[in-house]
Design a protein around this ligand. Structure first.
Ligand code: CA
Length: 488
């Protein structure tokens, strides 16, 4: 995936109009031309309502085909439209990545009486009450689908617990009698197996068989090129590893896979990579939090450490870098939206450095109308520059608390490749950086258009590159500059 870029092709607040798959189809040419190689599409299954973003899964087999939960279509459209969108994207040479949501189910058809114990939400290993009968939303009959594709009906025995007793209205975390939380999950709150809804028990043999069968069915329907695994810190690590191995065996390919292990604790990510045999990539959550903190610090962040402590630093081949996503948007579960002024700096880091596979967020690329959030300044240009010019040896200048940068020397395969990036979280400034002797006498221009005068490279290959304060400058050759201005 050298110099490829993926894109999270949705955000939380898309309109619930059922037209999204059609829009994907209409945008396919533009996506390809922009230099995006892979798109991660939203979860395509029927949620607990037609407005569900896709993570409140009701029925994994209903891609917008059956009259369930008051609607045939999902938030994004019908199953036929989904398949057509995937085909259209793939015909343009774009890889389609499917979002796999297996941790929980939401929106059961009926309640069941289940014996359960309440546990401490802050420490799920601690029982805080007597075992009693509760009324849990755990019966999934799928009346609209019947036995089409699968006759499996979810029952309370397929789940570990839930968060609501419909008989009393009590909320909390209830573990079902005879069940235990899976120990191979994240250790936050004692044990973070339970996230939401009815928690799927992946220790149950019927469940394992059913989820493997579903995976094979889903691949045969869609023939996706890659996967994004949701909420893996709440799912048995070995189950996920085995499920992915079986899925890949069925697909007959080592499908690119990125998992969402939402933790700023690098050691937790490293542990997950180890137990899954380095067979997948993880989102670089620590790097996201560096960006978030740097933006919030309003100039007092030590920029020398902007990429320190990241997954990309240690395991670049297993790191998917990102600035924001649907969960970090305002009002969402992991709200930590990077400040607007810092976004171009953060995107320069993920797009123009050599390590990590960058994932560009739809909400940053197109803006988020629901929040009056504009598109990130010049993000479209940076995606193009990555594809055309971000090649060759990288030299780092993370040597100042305020102004840091790097250069790429370019290579022979990519005409006019090579660039210099300088950014500041404080005032205006400049830095003498080596870009390569082959550029002696060449003129470089700032594609971000904040610095007007060209930089002329000296005989030793150095340039005195500048940046405006609270900004990033991206310096490319005069020829590259002219070409990008025409293309974007
Ligand atoms: Ca779980």
């Amino acid at each position: 995936m050298e110099n490829q870029t993926m894109m999270q092709y949705f955000e939380w607040y898309l309109p619930d109009d059922g037209l999204f798959w059609q829009r994907c189809m209409a945008q396919a040419d533009r996506i390809r031309e922009s230099g995006i190689k892979a798109v991660w599409l939203p979860p395509a299954y029927k949620g607990s309502s037609s407005a569900d973003v896709g993570y409140g899964v009701y029925d994994l087999y209903d891609l917008g085909e059956f009259d369930q939960k008051g609607t045939i279509r999902t938030k994004y459209g019908t199953a036929e439209e989904y398949k057509a969108a995937v085909r259209t994207l793939q015909e343009k040479g774009i890889w389609v990545m499917a979002d796999i949501v297996m941790n929980h189910r939401v929106g059961a058809d009926r309640t069941e009486k289940v014996r359960a114990v309440p546990v401490n939400p802050e420490n799920r290993n601690e029982v805080i009450g007597k075992e009693r009968e509760i009324e849990a939303w755990t019966a999934y009959d799928f009346p609209g689908r019947g036995n089409t594709y699968s006759d499996f009906k979810w029952r309370s025995r397929h789940f570990d617990g839930t968060d609501f007793d419909a008989a009393t209205g009590d909320k909390g975390v209830f573990r079902f009698a005879g069940k235990k939380w899976n120990e191979e999950t994240d250790h936050q709150f004692g044990n973070y197996d339970y996230l939401m809804g009815a928690d799927v028990d992946t220790d149950d043999p019927e469940v394992r068989e059913e989820l493997s069968r579903w995976g094979r069915w889903y691949y045969d329907q869609i023939h996706m090129d890659g996967l994004r695994l949701d909420a893996v810190k709440h799912i048995s690590f070995e189950f996920m590893r085995d499920w992915l191995r079986d899925f890949r065996a069925h697909a007959g390919s080592s499908l690119f896979t990125v998992a969402e292990y939402w933790s700023a604790d690098l050691s937790a990510l490293l542990h997950y990579l180890e137990v899954t045999d380095y067979s997948l990539s993880l989102f670089d959550v620590p790097l996201h939090y560096n960006f978030f903190n740097a933006g919030n610090a309003e100039g007092s962040y030590d920029m020398r450490y902007l990429v320190s402590g990241s997954l990309t630093e240690l395991y670049p081949d297993n790191a998917v870098t990102f600035v924001d996503n649907h969960d970090t948007e305002g009002g969402q579960a992991l709200q930590s939206f990077v400040r607007e002024w810092f976004k171009p700096l953060a995107y320069a880091v993920i797009l123009l450095r050599k390590d990590g596979l960058p994932s560009v967020f739809y909400g940053d690329y197109y803006g988020i109308p629901a929040n009056n959030t504009p598109p990130v300044f010049n993000l479209v240009k940076m995606v193009t520059i990555r594809k055309l010019y971000a090649y060759g040896e990288q030299r780092d200048y993370f040597d100042d608390p305020e102004i840091v940068g790097w250069t790429r020397e370019g290579d022979d395969e990519h005409p006019w490749s090579g660039l210099a990036v300088l950014m500041s979280d404080g005032g205006d400034g400049s830095k003498k950086m080596l870009i390569g002797k082959k550029f002696a006498g060449a003129r470089f221009m700032d594609i971000m258009e904040k610095c007007i005068d060209p930089v002329i490279i000296d005989e030793e290959g150095y340039g005195l590159f500048g940046t405006a304060g609270r900004n990033v400058a991206v310096w490319v050759t005069e020829e590259a500059y002219a070409r990008v201005r025409v293309e974007v």
